[in-house]
Write a protein that binds this ligand. Sequence first.
Ligand SMILES: Nc1ncnc2c1ncn2[C@@H]1O[C@H](COP(=O)(O)OP(=O)(O)OP(=O)(O)O)[C@@H](O)[C@H]1O
Ligand SMILES: [Mg+2]
Length: 313
Amino acid sequence: MQIKDLKVHYPIRSGFWNTVTDHVYAVDGINLEIEEGKTYGLVGESGSGKSTIGKSIIGLEKITSGQVIYEGQDVTNKARKRTSDYNRNVQMIFQDSMSSLNPRKRVIDIISEPLDNFERLSPDETKKRVMELLDIVNMPEDALYKYAHEFSGGQRQRIGVARAVATNPKLIIADEPVSALDLSVQAQVLNFMKRIQEEYNVSYLFISHDLGVVKHMCDDLAIMYRGRFVEYGNKKDIYTNPQHIYTKRLLSAIPTIDPINRKKHKAERIAVEKEYEMNQDKFYDPNGRVYDLSPLTETHQVAINVNSVKESD
Ligand SMILES: Nc1ncnc2c1ncn2[C@@H]1O[C@H](COP(=O)(O)OP(=O)(O)OP(=O)(O)O)[C@@H](O)[C@H]1O
Ligand SMILES: [Mg+2]
């Protein structure tokens, strides 16, 4: 999949006539290429536009400008049929499993809904397939006829995973799939997702606000701030050689449980804060907007003011 210069702007209306007076630049010029079988992390603070990217890719938000190309076909803002190939191949696990899984439906109906849209299976075949899917995410068979509200958050999120993989999709957009879960359950759900990837060779676009959570999942990472990418690179680039001050701040915010390095960690955090205060113009233009990405190495791109770098050389 290729995402080219994607923009999603929401109008702000105000006044007596309810006219459009301004826009929220939720996503403002994003480029991303997604290859088969790889995992991409999309990381940034709350409100930076992560969910909006996911939703606009699957057609739930209207794209203001730019393009989404899937296997050579332009799928931008197409009024897509529920049963189209694209809808089958690109699935999303939603951020909030409580409201995205219909509480009045039984698990068998929730998981089989995408199957009903895309495959003509008999009721017996459907039941068999749903049971296989429940097994993949380690849920007991008797979950079949229970309602979504009868499960814990972790179990519901696993039901969401089972639903997303039901149609054998090629890309799953996972919007904070584990953020509401406690640490041990997080690891469990992440392991299921990894296993599913190994088995079916799906790609993931993994959305999170926490660089710690996505560390072991992602091949490549995009760090997002106010609708723009501030840095893009592979796991090594981002975790061992971060260049943008915003990435450094996110990294220093990962809590540490290692008592020996705690002091060192704190010193690092203070150093990052200082660098942030000293070098605003290197990282943000006078309007507080992030610069365009420029390449650093073949895998690593960072959004810095090219002029400020030259001056300081
Ligand atoms: N339907 C909408 N109408 C107007 N503004 C919206 C709408 N949906 C989102 N926004 C705004 O767009 C911006 C990006 O929102 P988005 O949900 O993509 O953020 P996010 O990165 O997913 O945040 P979080 O980590 O909290 O989920 C926010 O400023 C939000 O207020
Ligand atoms: Mg979100």
